[in-house]
Design a protein around this ligand. Structure first.
Ligand code: LLP
Length: 439
């Protein structure tokens, strides 16, 4: 009889069975054999469960038409939009490329929010023509441009104004975006938010539907959202008192953190949403303002733990007395997050998952660059060698979407795994794909 040792690692979709790593209900080794490496895997069931966690908590604790808007920047391809549409989430889109992708997936764009701090006239035209429901408008130039372009087209475009509540979420600097000196949004503290909001109310062909903020990514507590809600609601109150404006939508942005390594906390999105919802309701009552409909924009927490990347080990270089390197067939081109942010990841040897890990190596890619590190100081089995399969966990967010063709390396495919089924969602790039735009 098969002895199944179902130790799960980090999340319950990653298990070790008879010394081999499994993902969802499948053997990673069989998937690597079937599709080749490097290979992005995405657990469709997990994406759906993550969507439902947001949706159910928002329905239960907030109501009032509250919605989760999936931030496509975390991972963007057609199958993802089909899934999030089926799960009833909206879409936060940040470029015409993302809008185009959602459109091809028949995503209902009236439930899309077009973000970004510098939309060109062309972007604005494209998004209006595509029927994007809301623009999240960053600055006064954009208000003018949207008003003018919508005017020429004879339409009224709904917008949210992106404001900065002046909060430091204590995450890493590259992803902190809600501070007063941020490149994003307009500061409440300096009075510029009031200026731009009251100005917007005078503009034709624009309907100000509400306010947006996004404080940062990898937020592990509800305190950050509560503090930003408090400041945003204070602003809604001011707009109500001074201009008689009633805020329809309050969008608090994205940012719940995920667990990349065991030392990071497990958080309950449900509890966090309950706390934020309760706070907003009582604060609105206290301030005597109407309860706005709430939007949250999760990206990472929808897809990160639904992802895993598989690689094949090429060389293991032991520099006696110094250090060791395990080189794989991918690298910073498919996962630039250590190179950019020194992000932590959990790494396992998929075909030797139950062996003792006694050999410390930097896990490195094959780009011509010393900074091409997936993760330093990883403990591997002493026997690690060419042909072994290495898995990097929790790679569903900001890996495929940030992948590049540096060194003209082709991007890996994305395979959706759903229980015992698997299907190709994005095919592997070919060498001809790499030269397709060259004239
Ligand atoms: N909404 C807005 C306006 C955002 O700027 C972001 C992320 C999100 C929502 C989604 O945040 P999430 O739930 O994914 O934390 N490349 C970096 C992350 C950059 C985040 C940019 N904005 C990384 O790999 O960590």
């Amino acid at each position: 009889m098969e002895t199944v040792n179902k130790d799960c690692v980090l999340t319950d979709n990653v298990t070790i069975r008879d010394g081999e790593l499994w993902f969802s209900e499948q053997s990673t080794l069989l998937l690597a054999k079937k599709y080749g490496t490097p290979l992005y895997l995405m657990d469709e069931g997990r994406i759906r469960r993550n969507c439902r966690e947001y949706k159910e908590a928002l329905d239960e604790f907030y109501g009032n038409g509250a919605e989760a808007i999936y931030a496509g920047k975390a991972c963007c391809f057609k199958a993802i939009y089909r899934i999030i549409n089926e799960e009833g989430l909206g879409a936060d889109l940040v470029s015409c490329g993302e809008i185009h992708t959602a459109k091809l997936a028949q995503f209902p764009l009236e439930n899309a929010y077009f973000q970004g701090n510098n939309k060109t006239d062309w972007d604005i035209e494209y998004a209006i023509d595509a029927g994007v429901g809301y623009f999240v408008c960053d600055n006064v130039e954009e208000v003018d441009a949207i008003s003018e372009i919508a005017g020429k087209k004879g339409v009224t475009q709904k917008i949210l104004l992106r404001l900065t509540p002046g909060i430091d979420p204590h995450t890493y600097d590259e992803v902190a975006t809600g501070k007063v000196d941020s490149k994003f949004g307009t500061a409440i503290e300096t009075g510029q938010a009031e200026e731009i909001a009251s100005y917007t109310l005078t503009k034709p062909n624009i309907k100000l539907s509400g306010f947006h903020c996004h404080v940062g990514s990898m937020v592990f507590d509800s305190d950050t959202f509560v503090r930003s809600a408090e400041i945003m609601l204070g602003f809604c109150k001011l707009m109500n008192e001074k201009y008689g404006y009633v805020t329809e939508i309050l969008d608090l942005g994205g940012g719940y953190g995920v667990r990349y390594v065991e030392s990071q906390p497990v958080i309950s999105i449900r509890d966090n949403i309950r706390e934020v919802s309760e706070f907003i309701k009582s604060e609105c009552e206290k301030l005597g303002i109407a309860l706005p409909s709430l939007r949250l924009e999760p990206g990472r927490s929808i897809v990160a733990d639904a992802g895993m990347t598989l690689y094949t080990v090429g060389t293991v270089k032991k520099i006696t007395g110094y250090k060791n390197y395990a080189s794989i067939d991918g690298g910073m081109t498919d996962n630039p997050r250590y190179a950019l942010y020194h992000s932590a990841y959990t790494v396992l040897t998929a075909n030797k998952a139950s062996e003792e890990n006694t050999l410390k190596c930097d896990l490195v890619g094959r780009c011509c660059e010393s900074g091409d590190i997936i993760q330093p100081d990883v403990m591997f089995p002493e026997s690690i060698t060419r042909g072994d399969t290495v898995a990097v966990l929790t790679t569903g967010a900001y890996n495929y979407s940030m992948a590049s063709n540096y060194n003209r390396i082709a991007r890996p495919p994305v395979v959706m795994v759903d229980g015992k089924n698997d299907y190709l969602a994005v095919r592997r790039e070919s060498l001809d794909d790499l030269t397709a735009c060259d004239l």
